[in-house]
Design a protein around this ligand. Structure first.
Ligand code: TXA
Ligand code: MG
Length: 319
């Protein structure tokens, strides 16, 4: 189906498409999502098709209130409740044993479902109007740079979906942190908007899953978030004539013209860097250069999530 894609803020329109089983791009505080009715297998299939995402990579379900989350899972304990109280709505995704209400396809047949309550008023309102939860991966084509503005979504999904709900630029800028419990131990499967230091006061010790040990773990495909221009992590350019672009942390680097550099956080704040990360990658990619270099950011707090994305964006693509 080829659509004339509209960008707007009309919640009735967005809800109406979703009720008809079609897809709508939605704003969240992390990145834009490509949403469909999570309980409608046909809509879920469309998400995978539209995004060109392999079926083995499961989707996060977005809810607007705690009751909606409860209906989708089997286990619920004080720690889960404490995490929800502390971080929802917000950039934390919980992996919990799923109830039969969740279609297999959403979870790629796995026993757990990923749930989160996004912190964006338009999207919370939209989910309430629909009365069903929304399955939504990031609204980029598979493996490509995640969108943090409606324009980013349009550039990748124009003609593929009927509607993009415009909620402005995303406040956090990197995806949610994914946590779950295995053998009674809390684990971070994907670093993101909520840091380990914020989690540990609530649930005690949290381990980071090493993607190399767990190829089946979420958010763990080695290449991901990638610009089309080849990107390396670290390094510098000596020759200004080289067609190289540079993603910098807090200041311009030497040797490359300023217009081919993107400074993530002129104020040196990692939250600013997170918010501008994908916009920087989109912008440098659009220059059509031969090569991009990304300077790693300080590896603390949300900086870990940024470096994680940069590492994946730099990984060699297979196919
Ligand atoms: O911030 C976010 O989380 C954004 C916004 C739109 O909410 N969404 C997002 O979705 O990043 P996506 O599909 O790009 O990444 C979700 C990750 C995937 O790596 C997937 O493998 C993992 O979550 N995941 C989802 N459901 C899972 C499940 N049942 N078990 C294990 N991993 C799961
Ligand atoms: Mg994604």
């Amino acid at each position: 189906m080829e659509w004339k894609t509209t960008i707007g803020t009309d919640l009735d329109q967005a809800a109406s498409w979703l009720r008809q089983g079609e897809l709508v791009a939605i704003p969240t505080e992390t990145v834009y999502g490509l949403a469909g009715n999570a309980l409608d297998e046909q809509a879920v299939v469309k998400i995978f098709e539209t995004k060109e995402r392999p079926l083995y990579n499961p989707l996060i379900i977005h809810v607007a209130h705690a009751e909606q989350a409860r209906s989708l899972v089997l286990d619920w304990d004080d720690q889960v409740q404490a995490l929800m109280d502390a971080f929802w709505p917000g950039p934390l995704t919980l992996l919990l044993e799923r109830s039969p209400a969740v279609p297999d396809l959403v979870c790629a047949g796995l026993s757990r479902v990923a749930l989160r309550m996004p912190d964006h008023p338009l999207t919370l309102d939209l989910i309430k109007r629909c009365d069903f939860p929304l399955a939504a991966p990031s609204a980029n084509l598979f493996g490509r740079i995640s969108p943090t503005t409606a324009a980013h979504v349009f550039s990748q999904l124009n003609h593929r979906i009927p509607y993009i709900l415009d909620g402005g630029p995303c406040r956090v800028g990197v995806e949610s942190t994914i946590v779950g419990k295995e053998a009674n131990e809390w684990k971070i499967y994907r670093a993101g908007g909520v840091t380990r230091a914020e989690l540990e006061p609530i649930i005690g010790k949290v381990k980071k899953v090493n993607p190399a040990d767990r190829p089946d773990a979420p958010g763990m495909l080695p290449w991901h978030y990638a610009p089309r221009t080849p990107l390396t992590l670290g390094g510098s350019a000596e020759n200004p004539a080289d067609r190289i672009g540079w993603l910098r942390f807090s200041s311009l680097g030497p040797g490359i013209p300023g217009e081919r550099q993107f400074v993530l956080a002129p104020d040196g704040d990692l939250h600013t860097a997170a918010r501008r990360l994908y916009a920087g990658l989109h912008e440098l990619d659009a220059l059509g250069l031969d090569q991009l270099i990304a300077e790693p950011v300080p590896n603390k707090g949300i900086g870990r999530a940024i470096n994680d994305r940069l590492k994946r964006a730099a990984a060699t693509r297979q196919g």
